[in-house]
Structure formats: structure tokens, C-alpha cells
Write a protein that binds this ligand. Structure first.
Ligand SMILES: Nc1ncnc2c1ncn2[C@@H]1O[C@H](COP(=O)(O)OP(=O)(O)OP(=O)(O)O)[C@@H](O)[C@H]1O
Ligand SMILES: [Mg+2]
Length: 261
């Protein structure tokens, strides 16, 4: 078995008086491809931010590659993050390739200029998301889905060991969404540890090694078949939620309000 790369230990988090996460324990192995699912407000984004060290839990600890997340140092630049809502000023006059290069700034170092290798990594990242012909365009000229793709390219440009994506396919069409998971699968095969938040249970289940179900508590973290088999989805999304079975994998067609807290 692979060693753990991310360990979330007894994490509780409050936006007082609201308890957002309660005693969450989650271990992600090196190279694991994990999807986190759960209803709106279930604490998924909060958990990602805690893993990234952007929020500090009132209780518990997070370890990355054996180190407390607060003490990661340079290792931090090996974690790529695609946030759910990125605060980016798309009117800023910068080209797509320059934008993707900003992903490498942590590696290049303050005040240093990108070298040929850095540009090669940027081109590779843009190739991965099939946006290379847009390299010289201004970021303001992109559609919503294309913006999502260059955000992903930016996180790939830093050659991440861990890639954390928060609902990366929200703005992309279904066809691009499938090919997007194909892309994640290729990165997974290169050994990158991937955590993605998604509401497309049926789609992600076909690609990932494991699914973590989060609704304030971590309800389950197991292989997709196990999560689906045991009726965890119904428990989490509420009995009223309807599932449309497509092969062995259910698709959620009605997303109901989460069960009473
Ligand atoms: N800055 C904040 N201040 C106060 N409460 C917050 C803040 N951010 C999030 N919350 C609350 O914390 C809870 C968890 O939010 P979070 O964003 O982690 O949920 P989520 O699972 O990512 O939901 P979604 O699927 O809608 O993205 C919600 O009830 C939300 O209202
Ligand atoms: Mg969220």
C-alpha cells in the first residue's frame, strides 16, 4: 500500500455558531485520485481550504507528506489549487500564456525571470487543456469554460505533486467535462495525487479510486462501488433525491436540500 500524503486528523471547524466540520478524519494516499461529494454547504470547500492551510481549524491537524501544514515551507509550491470561485480580474491586460506562467511564480522566485524551461512547462500545461492556440490572446477574450481551463493549466504549470480542484467542471459543457476527467486520469497515471470536488457523482465514479462523502461529518470514504452500493448517496442528499440509474452508476437528477442538521 502507498504511504499517506495527506492526513486530516480530528478536524473540527466552526464559523461560529455554525459547526461546518465535525471531527473529520481523512487519509489520502500518495497517487490517490479522490472525489469529495456532498450537498451544498456540506463543508467541501472549507475542508479543501483547511488542507491547503488557508483556514485553520479550531480543532485537529492536517499533515502533508508527514509535515504539519503550517510548516510545509517550499513543499507548498508543489500543491496546485483550482478554487471554486477565483477572484481574477479578467480585464487585466495579460495574455493566456502569461497568466498560466503566474502558476510558476512560487517556483521561479520573487523578482526572477522565467527561463526557457518555465515557458516549456506553460506550453505543456496549455497543451494538456487543449488551449495552446489561445496562448497569445488576452484573458478577457475567453469564455467561462475557457477561463476554467486556463485556471487548471495554471495549476498544472507548477508541476504539482498534489492537485486540488473545487468543482472544476461547473462551467464546462458535458463533453468537455468528460474529457476533463480523462485529463485528470492521465495526470493520475503520472502519479499526481488528485482531490476533486464534484456534484457529478455518476461521472467521477467512473474515474476515481475513491469517493469521500462529506456532510459536516465524513460519512464515508471508500471505493466508488462501495459508496454507491450502500445507499450513502440517498442518506446524504436526502430521501427525496432521485437517482437515475445508468448502468451500475446512479446519476443524481434532483438535488434536494441536505437532511436536517
Ligand atoms: N466566510 C464564511 N463565513 C461564514 N460562513 C461561511 C463562510 N464560508 C462558508 N460558510 C458556511 O460554511 C458552510 C460550508 O460551506 P462550504 O463552502 O465549505 O460548503 P460546500 O460543501 O463547499 O458547498 P457548495 O457545494 O455549495 O460549494 C456553509 O453553511 C456556509 O454557509
Ligand atoms: Mg464549495
Amino acid at each position: 500500500m502507498q504511504e499517506p500524503i495527506i492526513e486530516v486528523k480530528n478536524v473540527s471547524f466552526y464559523y461560529p455558531p455554525l459547526e461546518v466540520l465535525e471531527d473529520v478524519n481523512l487519509t489520502v494516499k500518495k497517487g490517490e485520485f479522490l472525489a469529495i461529494i456532498g450537498p451544498n454547504g456540506g463543508g467541501k470547500t472549507t475542508l479543501l481550504k483547511i488542507i491547503l492551510g488557508l483556514l485553520k481549524p479550531q480543532k485537529g491537524e492536517v499533515y502533508i507528506a508527514g509535515k504539519r501544514v503550517e510548516e510545509l515551507g517550499k513543499w507548498r509550491s508543489k500543491i496546485g489549487y483550482v478554487p471554486q470561485t477565483a477572484q481574477i480580474d479578467y480585464t487585466f491586460p495579460i495574455t493566456v500564456e502569461e497568466f498560466v506562467m503566474t502558476g510558476r511564480f512560487g517556483l521561479i522566485g520573487l523578482g526572477k525571470r522565467p527561463q526557457a524551461h518555465d515557458w516549456e512547462m506553460v506550453r505543456k500545461a496549455l497543451r494538456e487543456v487543449k488551449m495552446e492556440e489561445w496562448s497569445k490572446k488576452q484573458i478577457g477574450e475567453l469564455s467561462g469554460g475557457q477561463r476554467q481551463k486556463i485556471l487548471i493549466a495554471r495549476s498544472l504549470a507548477l508541476e504539482p505533486e498534489i492537485l486540488i480542484l473545487d468543482e472544476p467542471t461547473t462551467a464546462v459543457d458535458p463533453e468537455s467535462s468528460e474529457s476533463f476527467y480523462e485529463l485528470l486520469l492521465r495526470l493520475h497515471e503520472q502519479g499526481i495525487t488528485i482531490i476533486t470536488v464534484s456534484h457529478d457523482v455518476g461521472v467521477v465514479a467512473q474515474y476515481v479510486d475513491s469517493i469521500a462523502c462529506l456532510n459536516r461529518r465524513l460519512i464515508k470514504h471508500d471505493r466508488p462501488e462501495e459508496v454507491i452500493r450502500e445507499g450513502v448517496l440517498e442518506e446524504m442528499y436526502g430521501r427525496e433525491a432521485a437517482f437515475f440509474h445508468h448502468g451500475a452508476i446512479p446519476h443524481i437528477v434532483v438535488r434536494e436540500t441536505p437532511p436536517e442538521r
